[in-house]
Design a protein around this ligand. Structure first.
Ligand code: ADP
Ligand code: TRP
Length: 336
């Protein structure tokens, strides 16, 4: 039986945080250890250019995100681990797919619609003010990333569900019009994964500057944890899990029993300060070794580069034959 292909990308547009780890990196690495799957993980650096026009940030983040995956246990022997921009086939496929994608489909994309809505709310006359083609065509590039490897399953956050629907739509259109070359990918949403809340009460996100970075020093970790919003309840006063985002973060790092015990301690009046110490200790226990490995890797960019290059070679061996078939199907062939 052929293995299930699982593929996902992480955009290097900032420094990874606890939410990225709990929501994406940890489950993806666990999935890569399943012998029935074949995994493709990549750094979507071309996607980073859509939201980030700071070259240094993209560059530094690429190294940080790659080092994070490796430090968290990704084994490049078992996973095809690569950087999107090292796969020129992605761009070739991107154009071919662009030529069969309805403009109307892109008009409906959430990211584009949000930009239009934003202009409307600001009283901007031109609905497309400030919208670049990268943002507009972003779902096509993501489709190319996925179809190029004929992925069966794509684990992503809920905000990406629409993009997977678009990828299926575009794949179906190609298969119908030219030749049935593409697998229709399925979205994979992990129901158990909590969306961690950041230091300002909104979703923890690189875009909001409200994160607890994954690999800060132990001291800085405790400092960041101390900033998690709680309420005025004094020590000794019973507290419940929904009174602070602190609880969900604890839960994401603890066993079921530990979480039950923590709930009881809060009900018995545990002080917020103590709860924060317990949380930082818990996070630190899971991350301390990984943090050391992360810093070792960050000091060796050429080692990371070597791993990514080897990954790109493996990825291209898969991508090239499919792209050749795609070119053939659309009529781009050698003359003979
Ligand atoms: P960010 O919002 O920080 O830019 P991304 O959009 O790059 O994060 O998401 C990368 C991955 O991390 C996605 O799979 C996403 O679902 C996951 N993720 C991001 N933020 C969180 C969070 N606060 N809680 C859980 N998972 C998250
Ligand atoms: N757009 C995704 C994000 O911002 C990252 C991404 C790019 C991706 N290409 C992909 C995810 C292909 C899954 C499959 O989170």
């Amino acid at each position: 039986m052929s293995k299930t292909r699982v593929l996902t990308g992480v955009t290097p547009s900032g420094i990874p945080h606890l939410g990225n780890y709990v929501g994406a990196i940890r489950p993806a690495i666990a999935a890569s250890q399943n012998p029935d799957t074949e995994t493709f993980f990549f750094l979507s650096d071309y996607h980073a250019l859509i939201k980030c026009h700071e070259p240094e940030r993209v560059h530094e983040s690429t190294q940080a995100v790659a080092a994070t995956w490796l430090a968290c246990g990704l084994n490049p022997e078992h996973t095809t681990f690569y950087r999107q921009s090292d796969i020129p086939e992605t761009m070739e496929l991107n154009w071919i797919l662009t030529c069969i994608t309805a403009k109307g489909l892109m008009n409906r994309a959430h990211a584009y619609k949000a930009a239009v809505q934003d202009n409307h709310e600001k009283g901007q006359e031109d609905p497309d003010h400030g919208v670049e083609m990268g943002l507009y065509c972003y779902p096509i590039l993501m489709t190319a990333d996925i179809l190029l490897f004929n992925a069966n399953k794509v684990p992503v956050g809920r905000d990406q569900i629409q993009h997977l629907e678009m990828a299926r739509d575009i794949a179906g259109r190609f298969n119908h019009r030219f030749k049935s070359l593409f697998t229709l990918p399925e979205v994979q949403i992990d129901e158990d994964v909590e969306t961690l809340v950041g230091l300002d009460g909104r979703k923890m996100s690189k875009s909001y500057g409200n994160t607890i970075p994954l690999f800060e020093s132990e001291k800085k970790l405790q400092k960041a944890v101390n900033k998690i919003v709680t309420n005025e309840k004094e020590p000794g006063v019973p507290k419940s899990p929904d009174e602070s985002p602190l609880f969900d973060i604890y839960k994401a790092f603890a066993t079921h029993e530990e979480t039950m015990a923590f709930t009881q301690m809060l009900a018995d009046g545990l002080a917020w300060g103590e709860a924060k110490k317990m949380l930082a200790t818990k996070i630190n226990m899971e991350l301390a070794d990984k943090r050391d490995r992360y810093h070792e890797l960050m000091a060796k960019p050429s080692l990371i580069e070597e791993i990514l290059q080897a990954g790109a070679t493996k990825a291209r061996e898969q991508a090239r034959p499919l792209l050749d078939a795609v070119r053939e199907a659309v009529g781009i062939r050698i003359l003979k």
